[in-house]
Design a protein around this ligand. Structure first.
Ligand SMILES: [Zn+2]
Length: 320
């Protein structure tokens, strides 16, 4: 637990995931708000109650919860606060909180088609059944209000909402202009780049988003904000924001260069590129390594360096 100033405190909550601890922020204003809600485990709930008590609060005191994105390690404990009136986030968080059957069906079908088009061998298809297991760690509920780019946080008009899609299609960050503090969820982390996770199109959208391109755009947007302190969802609080952002660009572009080398003189499926890019990791972490690969392919395609040819329903990439 860290008291950061008169209105903001950070609670640090364990998760059973490789990412490690996740941070929740308590904001005091016209209402008492939690930004994010950890993961749904007994250990997380105990840690949250204990740290709330350290700053003089009880779960009954929390009046609203605002979510940075829909991932289980950020929405787990939303059901635990009896006096919460408002549950707030990006509009597309709702299908996840509501366990919308139609959306999950659509999600599964999308992922199956995505695996096929990426040339993923059938031995990996059981991975498609893993989504329900992860939801076990996520809270259930329904948004009472939605927010998006340009809005002010309900009850905290000194905080403005910055859309930061990329890691998730629901990702929002919150910026307090007068002291340049940025609650960044998983968009800006000091030690790692967030994975550009592939998601199916939502509602009115015709095709999937290109998350790595969104992430790059939103890094540029954040560079222009003049952020001085990042309160992240994981890892240390930091102020070398420009350095971190420049490092993210450099690392990503270096990896794209590697993909370009892999494609030199070859025409390969995303799965084949993924195997060469992550030879030791792809089998155990196909979902994350494949979304990273697709991100780089989207980027190189947008730069005009490679092109896609579809043969029998499978995507092949080659240099232009
Ligand atoms: Zn996340």
């Amino acid at each position: 637990m860290q008291v950061l100033d008169k209105t903001v405190s950070q609670l640090t909550i364990p998760t059973p995931f490789a990412v490690g601890d996740t941070h929740i922020y308590v904001i005091k204003g016209d209402t008492l708000t939690l930004v994010d809600a950890g993961v749904k485990t007994k250990e997380a709930w105990e840690a949250l109650q204990f740290q709330l008590k350290e700053i003089g609060y009880h779960p009954n005191d929390i009046e609203q919860i605002i979510l940075t994105h829909h991932h289980p390690d950020h929405i787990g404990l939303i059901e635990q606060f009896p006096r919460v009136q408002e549950l707030i986030g990006h509009k597309h968080v709702d299908v996840w909180l509501k366990r919308d059957e139609m959306f999950f069906q659509h999600y599964k079908e999308f992922y199956k088609a995505y695996f096929i088009s990426c040339g993923v061998p059938e031995t990996f298809y059981p991975l498609l059944e893993q989504l329900p297991k992860l939801l076990h760690f996520a809270g259930e509920g329904a948004l009472t209000q939605t927010i998006d780019e340009g809005d002010l946080l309900p009850g905290h008009p000194d905080w403005q909402v910055i859309e930061t899609k990329g890691h998730a299609q629901t990702h929002l960050s919150f910026y307090r202009q007068h002291d340049h503090i940025f609650i960044g969820g998983d968009h800006l982390l000091h030690h790692i780049s967030p994975n550009p996770i592939i998601e199916p199109p939502y509602e009115e959208e015709m095709e999937r988003a290109r998350p790595l391109l969104q992430y790059r755009r939103n890094l540029t947007k954040c560079l222009a904000l003049g952020i001085q302190t990042v309160l992240p969802g994981h890892g240390i609080i930091f102020s070398d924001v420009e350095d971190v952002i420049m490092k993210r660009f450099q690392k990503q572009e270096a990896r794209a260069e590697k993909v370009l080398q892999i494609l030199r003189g070859n025409e390969l499926t995303p799965f084949q590129v993924c195997q060469q890019l992550f030879p030791r990791k792809y089998e155990k972490q196909l979902d994350l390594t494949l979304s990273e690969t697709i991100g780089q392919l989207d980027y190189l395609e947008s730069e005009g360096a490679i092109q896609k040819n579809v043969k029998n329903g499978i995507d092949f990439y080659a240099q232009t």
